[in-house]
Design a protein around this ligand. Structure first.
Ligand SMILES: [Zn+2]
Length: 202
């Protein structure tokens, strides 16, 4: 049932030096907190989960944690990837940087494509939060696996008639434990996640 860590889209990747170090450090602060809460980590079989990205300037590019980094408590800029663009028609991701992007980069790209003002995306795994969101009428994707064209369609459909800034969290029904939050800043996305946890703990 755990379907994580496999890149399902085609990736054009050129290895380069560290890039957008400022953005990497910004992500790192938030990631350290989410890692300590176990919302980013690795399963007992070693497969990592959880990833964070921030939009690069006003472009369609973004900086994202690299693939298979979930088990690492701290990430230096070498463990980040720069996604230049995603071609949704060809289902192809173009990335550079010292490491390959998270296998969920395409989901992040899809969220950025909803609105230029979306600046950050957080994807974490937690069964309790996942359950809570499914049972409490949060926005949800259908039973589609992550990283597929169906998932991209799903995310677009959710927000067809809904303001993403008033509904900046959704649960991934077809991706066990998967939750996404996003926002006009990384702070916003992180706060939204904590708001859900606060409700759950009441
Ligand atoms: Zn996931």
């Amino acid at each position: 049932m755990i379907d994580e860590g496999v890149v399902k889209y085609s990736l054009k990747y050129n290895q380069t030096d560290e890039i957008a170090v400022k953005e990497c450090k910004k992500i790192e602060n938030v990631r350290a907190r989410l890692f300590s809460l176990g919302l980013i980590g690795a399963y007992s079989d070693g497969v990592g989960f959880g990833n964070i990205s921030v939009r690069y300037k006003k472009k369609d590019s973004f900086v994202i944690t690299a693939t298979q980094t979930g088990e690492l408590p701290k990430l230096s800029p070498r463990y980040y990837s720069f996604v230049k663009k995603v071609d949704f028609k060809k289902f192809r991701t173009y990335a550079i940087g010292p490491s390959r992007p998270s296998s969920e980069a395409i989901t992040h790209a899809c969220i950025y494509s909803l609105d230029k003002d979306i600046k950050a995306v957080i994807h974490i795994h937690n069964e309790k939060i996942w359950d809570y969101m499914l049972k409490n009428d949060y926005l949800s994707t259908n039973d589609t696996p992550y990283g597929t064209p169906e998932m991209v369609e799903d995310v677009k459909n959710i927000y067809k008639n809904i303001d993403p800034f008033l509904n900046n969290a959704f649960v991934m029904k077809g991706h066990f434990e998967g939750i996404v939050t996003f926002g006009k800043s990384l702070k916003d996305a992180e706060k939204t996640l904590y708001e859900i946890i606060k409700k759950l703990l009441k």
